[in-house]
Ligand binder design. Structure first.
Ligand SMILES: Nc1ncnc2c1ncn2[C@@H]1O[C@H](COP(=O)(O)OP(=O)(O)OP(=O)(O)O)[C@@H](O)[C@H]1O
Ligand SMILES: [Mg+2]
Length: 214
């Protein structure tokens, strides 16, 4: 039987370069002959992507209650775990996911102010002890990241419409989680050039993959 695959997540506020660097992580692992499943949250399955649309839709006629938001995030996660992540890990594939539960602690916890203990309850219920093996936290000043998002030129989603203090709280919540778990997290300075960020990520992966396979 194949060894269980590894679960790697990319985290950080909007515009820090998660999606851009995810491709590099996937290419790095595939070049080592590993089966890689590339996915994202919220979403990753057709039904979970439908929940993503509910979460991101900026429609203003009905505000989204913050507890409803939290439960939708975990509903999408339960579906994603059941249909994609757990089966992939079980057959020995590696899963690389653009955002996961640290984003819930950062956005719904730090940003919205929902107590971390409540989020942790849902985490236990939905994940049953499963958590990422490695989390790359891409960190940079909020303003520069928002400029990158603006340059991307897409209509802002419901989260991107939040004010600056929301994003400061998100960033601080991410950094606090990383500081509390040096084993799982690696913090990457995402303000540098794309090639500098990519090289640091490859170096981190090189070390981790070697340690896991020894
Ligand atoms: N190191 C970098 N230097 C300059 N521009 C970058 C860098 N990394 C990414 N970008 C650009 O910044 C924009 C945001 O990057 P990307 O979409 O990967 O961020 P993201 O973290 O996935 O954002 P979101 O949370 O909104 O999905 C893109 O246009 C991307 O090409
Ligand atoms: Mg992205």
């Amino acid at each position: 039987m194949a060894a269980r695959g590894r679960f790697i997540t990319l985290e950080g506020s909007e515009g820090v370069g998660k999606s851009t660097n995810l491709a590099r992580v996937v290419a790095f692992l595939e070049a080592r002959g590993l089966e890689v499943v590339q996915t994202r949250e919220p979403g990753g399955t057709p039904r979970a992507e439908a929940i993503r649309r509910l979460l991101l839709d900026p429609a203003e006629q009905e505000p989204l209650d913050q507890d409803a938001e939290l439960l939708l995030v975990f509903a999408a996660r339960a579906q994603h775990l059941a249909r994609v992540i757990r089966p992939a890990l079980a057959r020995g594939a590696w899963v690389v996911c653009d955002r996961f539960t640290d984003a819930t602690f950062a956005y719904q916890g730090g940003g919205r102010g929902i107590p971390a203990a409540r989020i942790a309850e849902l985490e236990r219920f939905v994940q049953q002890g499963l958590s990422p093996d490695l989390t790359l936290l891409l960190d940079m000043p909020i303003e520069a990241a928002r400029e990158r998002v603006a340059r991307r030129g897409e209509a802002p989603d419901r989260f991107e419409r939040e004010r600056g203090d929301f994003f400061s709280a998100v960033r601080q919540a991410y950094l606090a989680r990383a500081a509390a778990d040096h084993e799982r997290f690696a913090v990457v300075d995402a303000s540098r050039t794309l090639s500098a960020v990519g090289e640091q990520i490859e170096g981190l992966l090189e070390a981790r993959v070697a340690a896991w396979q020894s």
